[in-house]
Design a protein around this ligand. Structure first.
Ligand code: ATP
Ligand code: MG
Ligand code: MG
Ligand code: MG
Length: 573
């Protein structure tokens, strides 16, 4: 590629709505362009990375025996009604009507459609097992789209669906996918961890999430450094208490009257403050029928801070919201779903001093404005009643003994980039997807589903790999592997000639190379490529060439080194 024929558009400053580093850097590097809330154009430089991510995913999926197809974006409501998800999914499911008034969903995933394909195509046990996947646009009307590609509304996901005769077969298919995911994330060159996940609402028998490790991640991961134990916070909590997080109705007894001290609130909630100094708690008052009538928010911070009441008039059904004093020291926010918590009804940003969790804190500290409350009071109530919220009253902390008895627990933060799920027969039974077994008897198909957030991976990779100059892509997913920077291309025949030769040699060696022939000053040229995050840079200058030398600098190197012209391609490969 020649830079003059590609599209490069870099910015010195990130737009003000970009809160976290990956979003800022992707905007500055010209990889994405915002069209609307959670909706982005993938610009040429960003699309190159997406295509590389997709290629690795596709290769490993195919290698694992999965078969690619492509299911529609727009899916008839009737299918979604068969499984009950039309109602269950709530406002996150984007619904549209055609000219005849017929209803459709824009797919957030494709369980219904693939089950429909399989129930009409698969007759006999002889055709099993099967695993179908596609890499397709998804739409989820996220309550709070944010962080660029990290939590978009329109995004790209690879989703796969396995079909087996029995539980053992399904578990085998699951393991094959688990192993394929391990290979995929290893090839991306990212530090990641697979954690056991609670599969709560969907049911089924097992589930793991794959997380890219990053201090800005939304999720808390609990693991044991001296054993294999690893779980997300919700699953760790469920194990620690022996139960799933309490359903909303049970929260009634913890609903908090006006307490004025951290200790009082903790006592009311039955929290051991010596263990959970930094917990965020949420309580709700519910009616007997489970309807949430009142919501309370609290930040349980260090020390003995006063609770301040915040006016909550703007959200129907919400009568009270509390927080501790604003100047409190917040070291860590555990297990909270950012966006669920907020100084409700206030427009003015609240200053809370936070250090490394600023990205999480800012969600509810600076993010509270009218726009957050477009949805109805009823929806708000339902969101609040989601069981995982109560898991924030956690009793799993660093240093606790690991459930396997092989050490103590540590906690780190992660970004969910993949999720594998044993579905069992929930969908096949609802949709009557059966096959005929050896005795000619119909039996429901055993299913698994497996997602990878293709576009989210860009954000996650950057959160893990950046410096003050910009992005540091792992080579396998970098937009280009090598940039050639000729000095004085218009003045020196020698530079021009050697640049062309080197360009051809790199291409012949299979290196994804770009020549910067834009005629920029060296400083501006280098700054662009450091921002974009290309792993290898070679500067071609007349003086060096006369000595048979080129100047090489790896993206993480602090200075350049001379490499003999004859060796450069080998050196980079
Ligand atoms: P999250 O907990 O972040 O909302 P999820 O559990 O709802 O994600 P899944 O239904 O498990 O997501 O979907 C599979 C994968 O799709 C996730 O692991 C994630 O990588 C990706 N993904 C989900 N929602 C989004 C989004 N809004 N933007 C980008 N990627 C997403
Ligand atoms: Mg989600
Ligand atoms: Mg999740
Ligand atoms: Mg998930």
């Amino acid at each position: 590629m020649r830079a003059s024929r590609f599209f490069i558009s870099t910015l010195k400053e990130a737009p003000s709505d970009a809160e976290i580093v990956s979003h800022k850097l992707m905007m500055r590097a010209g990889m994405i362009k915002r069209l609307g809330s959670g909706i982005y154009t993938y610009m040429p430089m960003g699309l190159k990375v997406i295509r590389k991510v997709e290629a690795i995913v596709r290769e490993e999926m195919n290698r694992a025996g999965a078969i690619e197809l492509l299911m529609p974006l727009v899916q008839p409501a009737e299918l979604w009604q068969e499984t009950g998800r039309w109602d269950k999914m709530g406002p996150e499911l984007m619904r549209v009507k055609d000219r005849h008034g017929r209803e459709f969903a824009i797919q957030p995933t494709s369980e219904e459609v693939i089950t429909d394909v399989v129930r009409s195509e698969i007759k006999s046990y002889r055709q099993l097992p099967l695993n179908f996947y596609h890499i397709q646009t998804k739409f989820r009307d996220e309550r709070r789209p944010r962080f660029g590609l990290m939590r978009g509304r329109e995004f790209t996901m690879k989703d796969a669906y396995s079909f087996d005769r029995d539980l053992a077969g399904m578990q085998k298919s699951y393991q094959v996918m688990f192993d394929a995911y391990t290979k995929i994330f290893t090839r991306f060159g990212l530090k990641f961890r697979a954690v056991a996940a609670d599969n709560g609402a969907i049911g089924g028998t097992g589930s793991h999430e794959f997380h890219v490790i990053a201090s800005t991640g939304e999720d808390a991961l609990v693991y044991c450094p001296t054993s294999d134990y690893a779980a997300n916070m919700e699953a760790a909590e469920a194990l620690a208490t022996g139960t799933r997080a309490a359903p909303a109705a049970e929260l009634t007894k913890t609903a908090t009257p006006k307490a004025s001290k951290c200790e009082d609130v903790a006592k009311l909630l039955g929290i051991d403050l010596s263990k959970t100094l930094k917990t965020i708690a949420l309580t709700a008052e519910t009616e007997a029928d489970g309807k949430v009538t009142k919501q309370y928010f609290m930040l349980l911070l260090r020390g003995d801070h006063e609770l301040n009441e915040i006016k909550a008039g703007k959200v129907p059904g919400l009568t009270g919201a509390y927080r501790f004093s604003t100047e409190a020291e917040i070291l860590e926010v555990y297990g909270c779903k950012p966006g669920y918590l907020g100084p409700i009804g206030t427009k003015a940003p609240v200053t809370v001093v936070a250090d490394r969790t600023v990205a999480n804190m800012s969600d509810f500290v600076t993010g509270a404005n009218e726009e957050d409350f477009h949805y109805t009071g009823a929806n708000w109530g339902r969101d609040m009643a989601e069981p995982h919220i109560t898991a924030d009253l956690r009793n799993v902390v660093e240093g606790d003994p690991s459930p396997d008895g092989k050490g103590v627990l540590a906690i780190e933060r992660g970004i969910e980039v993949g999720h594998v799920f044993q579905l069992g027969t929930a969908y096949s039974e609802a949709m009557k997807a059966t096959y005929l077994d050896e005795n000619g008897k119909p039996a429901p198909l055993q299913m698994g589903c497996y997602g990878i957030g293709v576009t989210r991976i860009l954000g996650a990779a950057i959160e893990q790999n950046f410096d003050d100059k910009g992005i540091v892509w792992p080579t396998s997913i970098a937009p280009f592997e090598l940039v050639l920077c000729p000095m004085g291309l218009d003045r020196s025949e020698l530079v021009k000639e050697e640049t062309e030769k080197l360009y051809a040699a790199a291409l012949a060696a299979g290196i994804d190379v770009i020549v910067d022939d834009r005629g920029l000053r060296p400083g501006a040229m280098f700054a662009d490529w450091e921002l974009i995050g290309v792993p290898h840079r070679v500067v071609i200058g007349e003086r060096g060439l006369k000595e048979g030398q080129l100047e090489y600098q790896g993206r993480r190197d602090t200075e350049a080194t001379n490499v003999p012209l004859a060796d450069i391609v080998e050196f980079i490969k």
